[in-house]
Write a protein that binds this ligand. Sequence first.
Ligand SMILES: Cc1ncc(COP(=O)(O)O)c(C=O)c1O
Length: 350
Amino acid sequence: MALKGLREIEPYVAGSQPQEKDIIKLNTNENAYGPSPAVKEALAGFETETLRKYSSLDQASLRQALAEQLGVAADQIIVGNGSDDILSMAFLAFFNSDEPILFPDLTYGFYKVWADLYHINYHEIPLNDHFEIETVDYLADNGGIILTNPNAPTGIFKSLEEIEAIVRANQDVVVIIDEAYINFGGETALPLLGKYDNVFITRTFSKDASLAGLRVGYGVGSPQLMTVIKAIKNSVNPYNVNALSEQLATAAVQSWDYYEETCQKIMATRDWFKAELEALDFSVLPSATNFVLTRPAGVSAEDLFKHLQTNHIYVRYFPKVERIKDYLRISIGSQAEMEKVVQVIQEFLP
Ligand SMILES: Cc1ncc(COP(=O)(O)O)c(C=O)c1O
């Protein structure tokens, strides 16, 4: 019998997580290198008995470590179960105007899903022909703005000056900057926090800190924004961060030198890989992330996607997204993995 009250939802479709061994997994922008030795030590030393109790309500030690790393006050930080958790709460907390919120037509696919889920009116603004965010498009009246910087799935970074111009022109609404990929060559908007109360920056441990499976992310903003988003957290899931995650993420922050090195390695491999693809006449968007968006030449995106998969190499293909249906998004793995990818592509080309 048809049930009353059931909702119809078009959910976000996350990248697949194949469980086979011996694959090269380049489809969800995970880190090619493992967590830091300090994280492994913290895991080995974790006291299982403590799991009897609920996790902390405010992640004081992790927030303190982050505050020192980022140069902000600990009470400007909120921690979540991945940055998806933070972003979802931020939509609930900050986007309650009748006017539409604005975000690009090509960006993190979850924004649209949350807007629909929470009945938030939105307007998707097309990126320009070079897949860039145009500052002028964000100067109209709106109910809030969310931008990924560097953007995904394009990889393109927008300068801090231009981000500031958008923030400055929109001081009556909240502007969220999703910095999931910021440590692969971008410049953070954190300095804007000292000047503007309407900026909220989100970060994740899933990419640069190589802890996607741990599920930790955080948001940074003014006291005014913190009060509202904390109220949301306490209305949905007060113990949203588990005890193990808090301890291991803290160890990650305290061993950040290791991650600076791995990010450098990934960036060097990315630039090498981009040059290799361009030598094959592929077009590759400029990337400040740990992935590239590329349009193959001499072969269709679909055929190359299938060929790579036959060779146990998983990348992301978006056949339903009109503007990039001829492109593949390829995460940057280790240098050896990317050499293998280039070899498999070369073998397939006519
Ligand atoms: C732009 C962007 N924001 C947020 C996330 C979510 O990250 P997580 O929930 O793993 O912290 C992702 C994950 O791919 C992303 O690409």
